[in-house]
Ligand binder design. Sequence first.
Ligand code: SER
Length: 588
Amino acid sequence: MNIKDEYIRFFESKGHKHIPSAPVVPENDPSVLFNTAGMQPLIPYLMGEEHPYGKRLVDYQKCIRTTDLDEIGDKTHHTFFEMLGNWSLGDYFKKESITWSFEFLVDVLKIPVNRLAVTVFAGDENVPFDKEAADLWESLGISKGHIASTTSDNFWAAGETGPCGTDTEIFYFRSEEEVPEVFDVDDERWVEIWNNVFMQFNRTKEGKIEKLAKKNIDTGMGYERIVAVLEGKTDNYTSSLWSDVINLIEEISGKTYAGNEESMRIIADHIRTAVFISADDAMIKPSNKDQGYILRRLIRRAIRHAKKLGIDINSDWDEKIALLIIDKYKNYYEELSKNKDIVLENIRNEKNKFNKTLEKGLREFEKKSNSDIDATTAFHLYDTYGFPIELTLELAKERGLKVDLDGFKEKFKAHQELSRSASSGKFKGGLAGNSEIETKYHTLTHLLNAALKQILGPDIHQMGSNITSERMRFDYNTDRKLTDEEKKQVEDIVNNWIKEDLPVYKEEMSKEDAIKSGAECRFIEKYPDIVTVYFIGKDKVISKELCGGPHVKSTGVLGNFKIVKDEACSSGVRRIKAITEGETNEKK
Ligand code: SER
């Protein structure tokens, strides 16, 4: 039985529409690098916006969590995972949610009722004990002894602000031992498998809890966990979800999983995540910042562990594993087949780059490893041998050494400032790299957005964007193609602004002031309370947008702007691809 398919089928039978997983890189949300939960792409709808698929939704969402990336290697953590979820947007509430969860677990997955236990909200000064949920569970057959209550673990919020609510968590008894009559939340034999949030509040930035216009249901169940738990595995990587990948790594390395668990888990996990990041339509490439840096770290760490296992890192081991992962998931995520070549190329290129310096870097590390690693060595490993600092930390930890991390950060910052000076034209030649051109495209994105509004009207908004060193991509809401004349007008407007060499500057302000100022922004609720607004213009401000940057200091350096494509993207959305070319003022 495939739990993922069964889950979708079950909730479809309860009137839910299966929505596709959102990309791992959230569109229009610069506040996070990746989607970390099934509900995240749905926040606007949980806040009240109408969802095009209706009020009952079900999906499996690709999620990436990298906060404890360096912890991967244990039995249960993954950087990438899939979250099964079902939602009611102002439709059904507690009764149906609890009943259907019970039905799915007991009738579909055939879990014996006495192996299940639940927690409900215990009550505090704002919200009372959730007697309704407790009674519902009991009426379905969960014994009183298996219903516990907490306050801290039974209130779920997406973050400091935003939609939130009390929840009920469902646990499974994963042990051969006899099931205890009384459920103890701290007894590790009970594993949490599902979380149903009764989302009826919004937490404001003052910390006030106010009622949402509509009551929602938001549930989440980690796929890799449920599979492992139901197969009785305490090590997720030994479940049927991973066995083929682990077998392949055993075959490639000629070693057994037993005794080499950590490195094999890291390789399996990191290559899978690298495949999903690379295949995402955001077209992330390994780099030194943001998602690109995560991708780089994942690939480089996987390589280091492959080497540790004695795998010939110049062979096609990485491609074999990536291909197996693509094959396993391609029926669920069509981008994997579509972007297969890009995925393989990303991993191969990064591998080739790192393989050149890894050996020497490791030797350098060994040379210095008779004492703690000082800042100069850590920075040298980073700068010359491409060792992400996290890799140096990991190597040091394995030998019980410390790394002067603060010293490294100082050196890193000084280096960055030097690069920034270089890209702003103070030091010519040498240090400026890809990021310089990407920064230009960031600013051009704002100019294009402003120019489109001038030509097509103020209701035009950015629906997505993506930048590489070769081009920028900009999605906007319209249902028709730009005429040739309009295209030319947009280009002319942008190029005039470039010629005028307008200053680009930023201001920090409260979210409210930003909205009042008319700054361009989508999904305002996802931003922190204090936001950065970028302005472009001298006497007249021609663009103001909420944005994390970075941007060029003035538009004169942006070259000649050219639209190369204006194509349909999805219903009501078109996609412009544009480039900048030619001489800039900076070089003159
Ligand atoms: N938002 C809840 C969670 O992430 C349920 O989906 O656990």
